[in-house]
Each structure stands twice: as C-alpha cells, then as structure tokens.
Design a protein around this ligand. Structure first.
Ligand code: SF4
Length: 373
C-alpha cells in the first residue's frame, strides 16, 4: 500500500498529501491505513529519489525483472521499487522501500543483488550494449521507520554478475534430491519448511551443545536438557549464540504453533496438553453499557465514572502531521534516551563507548533482540 501510493506519486509528479488519508487497505491479512505518519515518511524518500534524477537518466518504478536465470524457478521475477539508469555515467541506482521497523542492511543483500541482475538482464543490452565494464551499481534501502532511515551499498556490475554465478550454484543445489540444507539467519527467516527442517533443528540445538539423542534421552527419562553454564562460555561463543537468538526464538514459536495446531486437530502432542491460560482483562459488555453507566454514576458519581486521558505526542503527530507537530509542540516534548541495544557489528549505527553503557543490565535482559538479520 505504501508502495502503491509512492509509485503513483512518482508517476504523476504528485505529493503524498495529494492522496486522501484514512483509506484502509488489506495487506497480508492486516488492515493498514494511509495516514499522516505514512505521508510524512513518504516525503523523505520521494525527495531523495527526485534529487537523483538528471537529464538523460531513465527512471523505472515498480518494474518487474526476470530472475529465473539465477533462481531456476520457472517464470520467477522480482520487482524493483525504483531503478534509475544513467547510461552516460555508466551507473545504475536501485532503491527499495522497506516500511518495517527492523533495520535491513543493503550490503551484500541477496534480494537487491538478484534485482540488479534481473535489471541487467532486462536493460543491459539496451543501455550498456551488454558490457558490464566500469558500471557502478548503487543500492539504497529507504527505511523511514528505522533510526538511520536506510542503508546504502556501492559495488560494480561485474562483481554482481560474479556473485550471480554463486547464486546459481546454490539455487541449483536446492533442486537436487537430498540437497544439503544449510541453516542460517537469513535463509531460514521466512522458510516455510522451518518448523520441520532437520538442518535448522540441528543448528539450533548445537547452539546449546545438544543433540537429538540428548533430547530423546531427556524425553524418556524426564530430565531437563543440559545447557552449558552461560558464565563459562567464551565471549566469542556467547556472541555466536546471541547473534542467532532471533533464529532460535522464532523456531521455538513455530514449534509451539505446530503443537497447538496438532492439538486442535486431535493429533498427538506427547507429555503436553492445552489448558485455559490466564484470563484477559475484564471489560463491561457492550449491550449492558447503558445500565452499567447508570449504575456507575449512581455508585461513584459522574466525575469518577469517566477518565479523560490526554493523547500522546505520537498520536498528536499522527493527527496533525510531522511539520505542524514540530512547530507547535517541538519544545514541549521529552523522550527518554534510547536504551543500549546489542546488535551485530554489521549494523550501520556507530557503536556506543563502553563507558556510555552504564545501564541496568536487567533492562538488557528483558530487551528483545532488535536486529532481524
Ligand atoms: S529452514 Fe531448512 S530448508 Fe528452510 S532455509 Fe533453513 S535450512 Fe533451508
């Protein structure tokens, strides 16, 4: 939905404000509203894209490019959000919107690499006579909702074509019967086989120095898994485990989901059962509202029966837009400093000084892994 509005804005030279706000779209099963926040976020990216346009360049928006040559999936195509080709400068710029709140790194990003290869397959001959020599490729991820607002990477078409050959080898291997599976943060993230994949299970268990046999024994004798004492791990091993925390927690969530589904379908979930969990927050039922209101007023008085709560800065900004909010409320807002977050060293934010990290370790314990691979 963000993409569709941005595409229209670029095609017709419109501003994000030109579209009516409040329109709701269904995206991946969720209702998403085109609102003031989205409008503000789109401005920054659109301004940046428009700044990149020069006489003689060619702009492509939401262009489909063929990637079958590298993935071997019949008819596979990728969609480049923004591609600008500068034939005279022998340069290609590829930009991709990421509206999520999780930072994605542009460098050596497989998705972007494949899009650039597809773009080359589609336009290389037309604009560069199929000669990749001296062609610079700039990637830019536009991420309006992450702290650094994006990520960039510059490489050459020649290097990307070379990388394409390795992608081909890896892709071909996946079609072989009993193809070796290599579990990892990136590839397993959205894999549909994740909850049943043996390679991923082995990988996750190895993080805790466990084997399938340990689990079988533990299950049979009702013994808890023997997990290494965390304080005895070397700093390197500790980092390795933490860098894969997201992978492990997602895997556990998938297992839990599968077990719940099996239970609801009457399939075995050995040594486990499903019970009523903690009850939700008590609410007054809608149909009783009038009688409840009358009772409340008579019991506690009208002043006590209702609470008026001031809306938050975020809600105010959503209603009136970023610019007006900054002008009128900028001086009246305070915000607690961001909590230190442990992320991979590939993250583009500068590292904090160790002495700046005198924070409550308890907080970090509760903190969820911010990085998403
Ligand atoms: S879950 Fe298994 S099949 Fe899926 S990407 Fe990971 S290793 Fe490959």
């Amino acid at each position: 939905m963000f993409h569709a509005h941005a595409e229209l804005a670029l095609f017709f030279g419109l501003d994000p404000h030109d579209f009516p706000q409040g329109i709701k779209w269904k995206v991946d099963g969720h209702i998403v509203e085109y609102d003031a926040e989205m409008v503000d976020h789109m401005y920054e990216g659109l301004d940046w894209i428009r700044d990149q346009l020069r006489p003689g360049c060619h702009l492509f928006v939401e262009v489909k490019v063929p990637i079958e040559r590298w993935t071997f999936e019949k008819g596979a195509r990728g969609t480049c959000d923004i591609a600008i080709i500068y034939p005279r400068e022998r340069r290609i710029l590829l930009a991709d919107w990421k509206y999520g709140k999780i930072a994605v790194v542009a460098e050596k990003n497989d998705q972007l690499t494949l899009y650039a290869l597809g773009l080359w397959a589609k336009f290389g001959k037309k604009y560069f006579n199929d000669d990749p020599k001296d062609i610079t490729v700039d990637f830019r991820l536009l991420q309006p909702r992450v702290p650094l607002k994006g990520s960039a990477w510059t490489t050459t078409m020649k290097k990307l074509l070379k990388e394409g050959e390795s992608i081909k080898i890896d892709a071909k291997a996946t079609y072989e019967e009993n193809a070796p599976r290599t579990a990892g943060l990136k590839q397993c993230q959205y894999c549909r086989a994740a909850s049943t994949c043996q390679a991923l299970a082995e990988f996750n268990l190895k993080l805790f120095a466990l084997k399938f046999e340990d689990i079988d024994e533990g299950y049979e004798y009702d013994e808890p898994p023997e997990i290494q004492d965390a304080h005895r791990l070397t700093p390197e091993r500790r980092s390795y485990v933490l860098l894969h925390k997201v992978m492990f927690t997602r895997w556990l969530e998938l297992l839990q989901k599968d077990a719940m589904r099996d239970f609801s379908e009457g399939k075995p979930v050995p040594k486990m059962k499903v019970v009523s969990g903690r009850a939700g927050i008590r609410k007054f039922r809608q149909k009783q509202q009038l009688s409840v209101i009358l009772r409340l007023i008579s019991d506690v008085g009208i002043e006590e029966a209702y609470k008026r709560i001031m809306i938050s800065p975020a809600e105010t900004e959503k209603k009136i837009g970023k610019k007006r909010f900054k002008e009128r409320y900028g001086d009246f807002v305070e915000q607690s400093p961001p909590k230190p977050a442990l992320v991979p060293d590939t993250d583009e934010r500068p590292s904090l000084e160790s002495k700046a990290m005198l924070f409550d370790i308890e907080d970090t314990d509760k903190q969820e892994g911010e990085y998403d691979g």
